[in-house]
Design a protein around this ligand. Structure first.
Ligand code: COA
Length: 349
């Protein structure tokens, strides 16, 4: 059995937040953001309307319908997010409830920007083993609820946006679908792109402290936030941008080449590359390094910012909706992100 993508969908909140709007709350400029990241605007969820799992449900309904299925046909849910509705339980069960499904298993994945690649890799194995026939794989993020909107957080905040993307992976005997996936991680770099609190680290900080944006150790609040943490800004995501940039530029191409080699292809054979939308400059570096022309790569970070686990399914779906992916095309998905984690997938569409 092969696992093909039988249906795909995405959802982004209506509210568009331009770079100009961010300049009203922090010391930044639209020129700085566009020049360094390519981002012009992003979407922010509406309070009391969108949550991570409700956005996922909107994307999932479209994917299920396009697969010609109903929610009852789904055998298993894989949900990738770093911004879950609750600390626990994971958002997978909430999505299951929104879709009105009962009993099926739900697996939550915590590999950040690489979450969707890990998700389809897991689904591919379950389908190949014959365990499940229709698996819903979702990536969804609601970043805007957890960002630092003061100048202190500008290096991170300007990059991220909200949204969700979903795909139904389906068993098929046809000669198409997922050809290969590769998954990688290196925990050595865990603290270079991380959200420490709330957490159980107890102030034990094993990473490189030299790049922390705030003074001193992360506070120990256990699973509780303290006033001191809030005062220090220790309740926001931390990113060593330059470090992330450098590693992303190495790992993305390595994963893409590995996927090509595993299936007897070269980057020249790829009809459409969908890189995780981390930063337009990173995508351009990958493209340049692999000799992939503009027509064979799809970027939409300009409109949505970096939506982490949601970025690949959103971009894949948008490219497909625009008719840029056709039956028989070789599609490559690739990601790099917090962990560090990285990986790639090759799909015969
Ligand atoms: N607006 C204006 N200035 C900003 C800013 C913003 N939004 N964010 C940071 N700066 C300032 C810094 O304070 C610093 O000022 P200083 O020189 O006076 O200290 C200066 O810009 C350069 O900061 P630096 O962090 O070194 O910038 P950079 O050139 O590395 O660009 C990123 C920052 C975040 C755009 C870049 O590192 C990057 O894209 N990294 C990868 C991030 C990524 O892809 N993350 C997602 C991974 S999945």
């Amino acid at each position: 059995m092969n696992a093909k993508i039988a249906g795909i969908g995405f959802y982004v909140p209506e509210r568009i937040v331009t770079n100009e709007e961010l300049t009203e709350v922090m010391d930044t400029t639209s020129e700085w953001i566009v020049e360094r990241t390519g981002i012009e605007e992003r979407r922010y969820a509406e309070k009391h309307k969108d949550t991570t799992s409700t956005m996922a449900a909107e994307a999932a309904k479209i994917a299920i319908e396009r697969a010609g299925l109903t929610a009852e046909d789904i055998d298993f849910i894989v949900f990738a997010t770093l911004s879950p509705d609750y600390y626990f339980p994971g958002s997978g069960v909430l999505l299951q409830r929104h879709l009105g499904i009962k009993n099926i298993g739900c697996l939550d994945i915590r590999t950040q920007c690489t979450g969707f690649i890990y998700g389809i890799s897991v689904a591919d194995q379950y389908i190949k083993s014959g365990m499940y026939k229709n698996i819903l794989v979702v990536g969804a993020e609601l970043h805007s609820a957890g960002l630092d909107f003061s100048t202190r957080g500008r290096n991170v905040t300007v990059i991220f946006g909200d949204g969700a993307g979903a795909a139904v992976l389906q068993a098929t005997e046809e000669d198409k679908g997922i050809l290969t996936t590769n998954l990688h991680a290196d925990g050595e770099f865990a603290e270079h792109l991380a959200y420490f609190n709330p957490g159980t680290h107890g102030g034990v900080f094993l990473g490189d402290k030299s790049d922390l944006t705030y003074e001193g150790e992360p506070e120990f609040g256990g699973m509780h936030l303290t006033q001191e943490m809030m005062d220090k800004g220790d309740i926001f995501p931390h990113m060593n941008g330059r470090y992330v940039f450098k590693h992303a530029c190495e790992k993305f191409p390595a994963a893409i080449k590995e996927a090509c080699e595993a299936t007897g292809h070269t980057p020249d054979d790829i009809n459409m590359l969908i890189p995780h939308q981390a930063n337009l400059r990173i995508s351009q570096m990958i493209q340049l390094g692999l000799g992939i022309e503009d027509e064979r790569v799809y970027n939409n970070i300009q409109k949505y910012g970096n939506t982490t686990a949601a970025s690949i399914p959103i971009a894949l779906c948008e490219a497909w909706e625009k008719g840029l992916i056709k039956d028989g095309d070789l599609v490559c998905l690739a990601a790099f992100g917090s962990g560090f984690t990285w990986g790639a997938a090759l799909i015969r569409w």
